[in-house]
Design a protein. Structure first.
Length: 105
């Protein structure tokens, strides 16, 4: 099972009468559950697109975090005369970015 579909099914357990068909890459239904299969395929599609979109933003957060870390290390290493407030703000931003990254995992 792919990771996106596994995460999807953790949130929305597949109802009785609907199953995943590997060959077709879609949810199919037994008997008279046709509407459920369409609903589940649409939900998975929306969920997948949302995951792909948030991946871009998580990547940007990761890149910004690395840049802030580089600036922070440079300030500490060079002994620049930068106020404690700047270093404190960088630490706060780094901590928040790390929280965001952990929530995504």
């Amino acid at each position: 099972m792919n990771d996106t579909r596994a995460r999807f099914e953790e949130i929305w357990p597949v109802p009785d009468g609907v199953y995943w068909h590997d060959k077709h890459g879609l949810y199919l239904a037994y008997g008279d559950e046709d509407m459920l299969q369409y609903e589940w395929n649409d939900r998975l599609d929306t969920f997948t697109r949302c995951q792909e979109t948030t991946d871009v933003y998580v990547s940007l957060v990761d890149e910004c975090l690395k840049e802030l870390d580089c600036i922070y290390q440079g300030v500490q290493h060079q002994g620049w005369s930068v106020g404690c407030a700047v270093l404190t703000n960088i630490e706060r931003i780094k901590d928040r970015a790390k929280q965001i990254m952990e929530q995504k995992k």
